[in-house]
Design a protein around this ligand. Structure first.
Ligand SMILES: NC(=O)c1ccc[n+]([C@@H]2O[C@H](COP(=O)([O-])OP(=O)(O)OC[C@H]3O[C@@H](n4cnc5c(N)ncnc54)[C@H](O)[C@@H]3O)[C@@H](O)[C@H]2O)c1
Length: 254
């Protein structure tokens, strides 16, 4: 028998594509009821249909994680539907424009920070408030990146947001360890998703350079990250908090 999330209610942001999509499916397979929050309504409702067709329970809530009112509406909808919150995967994120720092703009700084860092903070804050009110603890996982642990050339803004996600993870884990709320991060290497596609699905220099940084000799797939998230959300990980777990084929091995 695999890792169990039976009876738990989970929220996945950025759940309509890539890592979030695979994780919503994996959480449902593990027995959770799953709310999928994303900007993409068509893909999100399609995933709800897929989960329901397999006998699971799911809900789609159109959400921009960069907006506090939208984040509150998401968790209000989850409470209205299922009356509780046990697990959350704060995963919505965007790439930056892959330029060197001197060529980046204030607009880009604001846009990428609003989604990748403020969005995670907004979700964390509301999840922790709901879990504290419930009084039964909970498990939260944030998506950072290998770029949350080491530098990533021509991507200073993205790198700064992902280091920030690791910082938020550690701070929140310390604040709520006593209340049984565990907060961890996953740090994926390059994963074959729509975001990773410019590296994984291309041929040439960028593909080769990035592939060479993965000692496993390949890029990852979304299901490999999903399995780590399901484990971190499960009671199997009951003494693990504040950890930034690499899922990277060895990318950041010291
Ligand atoms: N793919 C990789 O190589 C890789 C590596 C490390 C970390 N990550 C991180 O993993 C996470 C998921 O990436 P992915 O590869 O699955 O990408 P993806 O583009 O396939 O999926 C991202 C999802 O987030 C949603 N989203 C974007 N902005 C949003 C917003 N403001 N509010 C709500 N939803 C929003 C998108 O609509 C999309 O469905 C991101 O945080 C990304 O930074 C990805």
């Amino acid at each position: 028998m695999g890792v169990e999330l039976t009876g738990k209610v989970a929220v996945v942001t950025g759940g309509a594509s890539g890592i979030g999509h695979a994780t919503a499916l994996a959480m449902s397979t593990a027995g959770a009821r799953v709310a999928i929050a994303d900007l993409s309504e068509a893909a999100g409702t399609a995933l709800v249909g897929e989960i329901e067709a397999r006998g699971g329970e799911a809900l789609f809530v159109a959400t921009d994680v960069a907006r506090a009112a939208a984040v509150d509406a998401l968790f209000d909808a989850v409470k209205a539907r299922w009356g509780r919150l046990d697990c959350a995967f704060n995963n919505a994120g965007v790439a930056d424009s892959s330029t060197n720092l001197a060529d980046t703009s204030e607009d880009e700084w604001d846009r990428v920070n609003a989604i990748n860092l403020k969005g995670v903070w907004l979700c964390l804050r509301r999840e922790i408030r709901d879990m504290l009110a419930q009084g039964t603890g909970g498990a939260i996982v944030n998506t950072a990146s290998v770029a949350g642990l080491v530098g990533w050339k021509s991507s200073s803004i993205y790198t700064a947001t992902k280091h920030g996600v690791v910082g938020l993870t550690r701070g929140a884990a310390l604040d709520y360890a006593r209340q049984g709320i565990r907060v961890n991060a996953v740090c994926p290497g390059v994963i074959d998703t729509p975001m990773g596609a410019p590296a994984t699905q291309s041929e040439g220099r960028v593909h080769d350079i990035l592939l060479a940084r993965h000692p496993a000799g390949r890029f990852g797939v979304a299901e490999e990250v999903a399995r780590a998230v399901v484990w971190l959300c499960s009671d199997e990980a009951s003494f693990t908090t504040g950890h930034a777990l690499t899922v990277d084929g060895g990318y950041v091995v010291p």
